[in-house]
Write a protein that binds this ligand. Structure first.
Ligand SMILES: Nc1ncnc2c1ncn2[C@@H]1O[C@H](COP(=O)(O)OP(=O)(O)OP(=O)(O)O)[C@@H](O)[C@H]1O
Length: 237
């Protein structure tokens, strides 16, 4: 008997009002997987993440976590069901300290502050600094730390590299890998740095105009840049 997937999408359609932006999407993702969601601007990646987080209503379809259906457009209940969003704007309490930002999000049974700081050691000497005074890279670490203490089964990381130098992204992405490996959660990673994302991901889907035009093993996609490029340009696989 196969193991229950941690994340399953069945015919998920996402969009605004009655206008579909992401067309029916089916995915079965086992625990410990980093899934990269790639695609050009306007492909629907953020719309998909917001819908998975319950911040946008689903137009159609189901999202299951550990085999259990999750609610549509109820962000708090969706979060409790294990779908935790690290938004691209990082959504930090800028006047509160690093410690307070993490403390507010912490959930019983989740990792301790110390355990989270092991993943983001650069935050240790910054615990009493206001989030608004951190560098962009530190703010992203804090956003992810805050996601982690919510005990995600599925961590949705939307464009963590937004506004960051590639060298910082190179430091952060291996942490995403460790999160999946060490917690057994699924990490869904929306990322513009395609090559870097494929280095840490197990699998990837390429969305163009709301359709999956390519999906497969990350290593295979990385080894076939021409196919990947053609997919970005809208060629259907
Ligand atoms: N609030 C909204 N109302 C209506 N349409 C929207 C809204 N927000 C986004 N869209 C449309 O949905 C489509 C997908 O946008 P989305 O932001 O999900 O793409 P994306 O792949 O995340 O792109 P980017 O990399 O630019 O963020 C675009 O055509 C966009 O114009």
């Amino acid at each position: 008997m196969s193991e229950t997937p941690v994340l399953e999408l069945r015919g998920l359609e996402a969009g605004y009002g009655s206008v579909p932006v992401v067309r029916p999407l089916d995915l079965v993702v086992p625990g410990g997987t980093v899934l990269a969601v790639l695609g050009p601007n306007g492909a629907g990646k953020t719309t998909l993440m917001m819908t998975l987080a319950g911040l946008l209503p689903r137009l159609r379809g189901e999202v299951l976590v550990d085999g259990k259906p999750t609610p549509s457009s109820r962000p708090a209940a969706t979060n409790r069901a294990g779908l935790v969003l690290v938004a691209d704007d990082r959504a930090l309490f800028t006047t509160l300290s690093v410690r307070e930002n993490i403390g507010i999000a912490a959930r019983s049974g989740g990792p301790t502050l110390d355990e989270v700081l092991d993943l983001f050691p650069a935050l240790r000497p910054r615990l009493n600094v206001a989030a608004g005074a951190l560098s962009g890279g530190e703010q992203q670490m804090l956003a992810m730390a805050r996601g982690l203490v919510q005990r995600p089964r599925v961590l949705l990381v939307d464009e963590m590299s937004m506004g960051l130098a590639p060298v910082i992204v190179e430091d952060l992405l291996p942490v995403v890998r460790r999160i999946a490996d060490e917690t057994g959660a699924v990490v869904v990673l929306v990322e513009q740095h395609v090559r870097l994302a494929l280095e840490v991901a197990d699998r990837a889907v390429v969305l163009v105009h709301g359709d999956v035009v390519l999906r497969g093993e990350a290593a295979e996609l990385a080894a076939n840049p021409t196919t990947l490029e053609a997919a970005y340009l809208g060629a259907t696989a």
